[in-house]
Ligand binder design. Structure first.
Ligand code: HMG
Ligand code: MG
Length: 302
């Protein structure tokens, strides 16, 4: 079987991982998390979200977080921006990459960003243009690509339609997101294959939440199609405030354990990730959901 020789993992715990935490995570902890992650070898850390603090209070300190982190050369620090206001804040904060985030479900789009899919594309257009003018990378996230908490199954054609509209805006990397973790491997492979017919494979990323325990299997299925960018969160942190019951992203430690076991290069220090996963879990007072993270931590501390 042919698998990519190397994979880029975009670490999303500082944003997707923490955004749903009920208790406010102190800015200094967010900063230390990002610094530890960059030190562990990530080339891309999703670090903040410039959204309404009324909608997502946990992300209200994005500017302070971005101002406090150490900038490691070569690391891309990304920020989510739903509109021009978010873009201006992300630009001022020195974000290296702008993430516009839409959905392949009308109901989810309304709940998450308070507008239809078509309206969201209209809002993203000036953001995309401004990002390009500022010389920033532009990423596009498409939620509910494998299912929606309100509408059920998502037709592949709907995902392709949103991908196409984002492509027209100049999006460079496309995050195919299983927001509520309902996807299964064959469906995931079919979807990735269909996206790869309109977007070069090196621009496609898999963003899998692990709600139904399918995320690693879906990553494997995507790898077989040739996808080699994945998103994950240390300790399996996370959840979307507008997707009831959605649990965290697939745990980075589990993904890295699997990839390294398959001889696939990630550039990441698994031991450092295990320590960081254990550290952030203790800081927020929740056990890590990473199976490999827990096993390796116990093995080293016994
Ligand atoms: P709205 O209410 O339609 O917009 O919200 P508005 O323009 O009428 O503004 C409402 C208020 O928000 C106003 O303040 C604005 O100033 C303020 P007020 O006058 O009431 O005091 N506002 C802002 N404040 C700070 N930064 C901004 C900003 N924009 C407006 N950029 C809006 C529309 C998009 C703003 C809102 O719905 C929102 O912030 N949504 C955020 C949703 C979110 O962050 N969701 C989680 C991230 S997406 C995700 O997790 C999925 C992903 O992981 C992939 C996957 O797994 O599926 C990426
Ligand atoms: Mg997500």
């Amino acid at each position: 079987m042919n698998f990519p020789l190397s994979v880029k993992i975009v670490e999303v715990s500082p944003r997707d991982g923490l955004q749903n935490e009920k208790n406010f995570v102190p800015t200094a902890i967010k900063i230390e998390l990002i610094n530890r992650l960059a030190q562990a070898g990530f080339q891309n850390v999703e670090s903040a979200s410039f959204v309404s603090p009324k909608w997502v209070p946990q992300m209200a300190d994005g500017a302070d977080v971005m101002a406090g982190i150490e900038r490691r050369p070569g690391v891309i620090y990304s920020a989510l921006t739903p509109n021009m206001r978010g873009f201006e804040a992300a630009l001022a904060a020195g974000a290296d990459e702008i993430v516009i985030f839409g959905a392949a479900s009308e109901a989810f789009s309304q709940r998450n960003i308070n507008c239809s899919i078509a309206e969201s594309i209209e809002r993203f257009a000036p953001v995309a243009q401004a990002a390009q003018q500022a010389g920033l990378r532009l990423r596009g996230s498409i939620s509910c690509a494998l299912g929606c908490p309100y509408e059920g199954e998502t037709p592949i054609a709907t995902v392709l339609d949103v991908v196409g509209r984002m492509q027209a805006l100049g999006v460079e990397e496309f995050d195919i997101a299983d927001t509520i973790g309902v996807g299964t491997p064959l469906k995931t492979a079919q979807l990735m294959q269909a996206v790869a017919e309109i977007i070069p494979i090196e621009r496609i990323a898999g963003h899998f939440h692990d709600t139904y325990g399918q995320a690693l299997a879906n990553i494997l299925a995507s790898l077989q199609v040739g996808v080699h960018i994945f998103h994950s969160s240390v300790a399996g942190l996370g959840g979307c405030p507008y997707a009831k019951g959605a649990t965290g992203n697939v745990a980075t430690e589990d993904v890295v354990y699997m990839l390294h076991g398959m001889g696939i290069h990630t550039g990441l220090d698994l031991n450092a990730l295990v320590q960081t996963g254990a550290w952030i879990s203790s800081q927020i007072g929740k056990p890590s959901t990473s199976r490999a993270g827990r096993a390796l931590y116990l093995k080293d501390t016994l």
